[in-house]
Design a binder for this molecule. Structure first.
Ligand code: ARG
Ligand code: ZN
Length: 411
């Protein structure tokens, strides 16, 4: 009995969720190929890591062991080229996990850009900033999550009574996109702690939510759930979570969202079914009079997207949205970063309704609304390796300066 017990716990230790999962980089050669791959989007068994788009050279797809045979047969039948990007995902995740553990814990209240921080470390940093910079920083608890974690917005303002225009930024609506909270934290760090950026606070207030899906973020940091994307609410007997970025009430469920509670892009039982999206909605409605720019960070794909996500029609101010995105991209490239593809969500990607960006523009009336898909890790897994975080977030920050100046000049 005892021996069985020991053996069993050993088994549990080595049992792995992503053993033999593969990630394929699929290279469509024409529109037909893209449409054939598009058909796979609606099967809930494959997980598109990077998004399928008409101008991307390749798309990365995670395939569980039991689907690999059919998947490869489908590609071969239609003569679609592919490469194996990751042969065994479990190995890559284990490696990332070990590396994370080896990086020493930061002191409470300090933030690191050489590792992905835990939700607690992120909050401790925010509270430390409030203490150290009390005339610049104010924290606002905007509500609690399904698992009762607090959602904290940091308000950065050098003149709170000036009624300045507000830039609102969030990250981490999707749990596994770890680079997004890291990026957002770097923006906070630079705005608050780098005196060279003080002028960015002269005419603009910045309200920032670093982790929009805390339950999911924490869950994705447990070893067997690295690829978790959704919230953590109970939806069906064996299926948890809603895709928060399909849960906003604006043409909810019209396109690119699943009705299957077990699917990764589940839209939820009703619009704003999730307490996390409710909290974000209520906060944005509260600041909407002054909010002039909404930025939401995701990964990956190197894209700057603007509405609409629910339709291929373009918004009335598409020219302004595109021109500003180009300036942002130019600044990122100039800082040594990658070049981003720019366009409306539906035209650059696929239609997907219920996103926070569409809602911010369509309902809250924040006309300048963008989703930024940051770089990903590819061979190294979903996110870039921790030792590259600082480089990437610093390059992207060059684009934030452009956004800040644009808002301060326009309003
Ligand atoms: N990768 C993001 C997602 O799938 C893109 C969102 C773009 N915006 C939209 N409203 N579809 O959620
Ligand atoms: Zn995302």
């Amino acid at each position: 009995m005892y021996i069985v017990g020991v053996f069993y716990s050993l088994l549990v230790l080595v049992s792995a969720n992503y053993e033999s999962y593969k990630v394929y980089s699929v290279i469509p050669a024409n529109r037909t190929h893209i449409e054939l791959l598009g058909l796979l989007l609606s099967t809930d068994k494959l997980d598109f890591w990077s998004r399928l788009s008409y101008d991307s050279r390749s798309v990365d797809i995670m395939v569980p062991p039991q689907e690999q045979r059919d998947f490869i047969m489908y590609l071969k039948k239609h003569d679609i080229q592919y490469e194996v990007l990751i042969d065994n995902l479990e190995t890559v995740i284990q490696r990332e996990h070990v590396k994370q553990q080896l990086i020493p814990r930061t002191f409470r209240g300090k933030i690191s850009f050489s590792k992905y921080n835990t939700f607690n470390d992120i909050n401790a940093y925010l509270y430390q900033l409030q203490m150290d910079y009390h005339n610049l920083v104010k924290l606002q608890n905007i509500g609690t999550t399904y698992e009762k974690r607090g959602m904290v917005v940091i308000q950065i303002s050098s003149n709170p009574s000036a009624n300045n225009p507000i830039i609102f930024i969030d990250g981490g609506i999707h749990a596994r996109e770890w680079i997004a909270p890291a990026q957002v934290l770097y923006i906070i760090n630079q705005l608050v702690e780098n005196p060279a950026n003080r002028d960015l606070l002269d005419d603009v207030d910045w309200h920032i939510l670093p982790v929009a899906n805390p339950d999911g973020y924490e869950y994705s940091q447990t070893i067997n759930h690295r690829m978790w994307r959704k919230t953590r609410s109970q939806q069906a007997k064996n299926c948890m979570g809603t895709d928060a970025n399909r849960n906003f009430e604006f043409y909810w469920g019209l396109s690119g969202a699943s009705s299957n509670p077990c699917a990764d892009t589940y839209k939820g039982p009703k619009p704003f079914s999730e307490v996390e999206t409710q909290n974000l909605r209520d906060y944005l409605l509260k600041i909407k009079k002054n909010a002039k720019l909404y930025l939401t960070f995701h990964s990956y794909g190197n894209l700057i997207l603007y509405p609409w996500g629910y339709t291929s029609e373009l918004p009335h101010d598409e020219f302004e949205l595109r021109t500003l995105a180009k300036e942002v991209n130019d600044a990122i490239v100039k800082a040594g970063g990658p070049s981003y593809t720019i366009g409306s969500s539906t035209n650059v990607l696929y239609a997907a309704a219920g996103g926070s960006d569409d809602w911010a523009k369509g309902v809250a009336g924040i006309e300048l609304s963008y989703t930024i898909e940051l770089p990903g890790g590819k061979k190294n897994g979903f996110d870039i390796p921790a030792n590259e975080i600082l480089k990437v977030v610093n390059q992207t920050f060059a684009g934030m300066i452009v956004y800040g100046k644009y808002i301060s000049v326009k309003y």
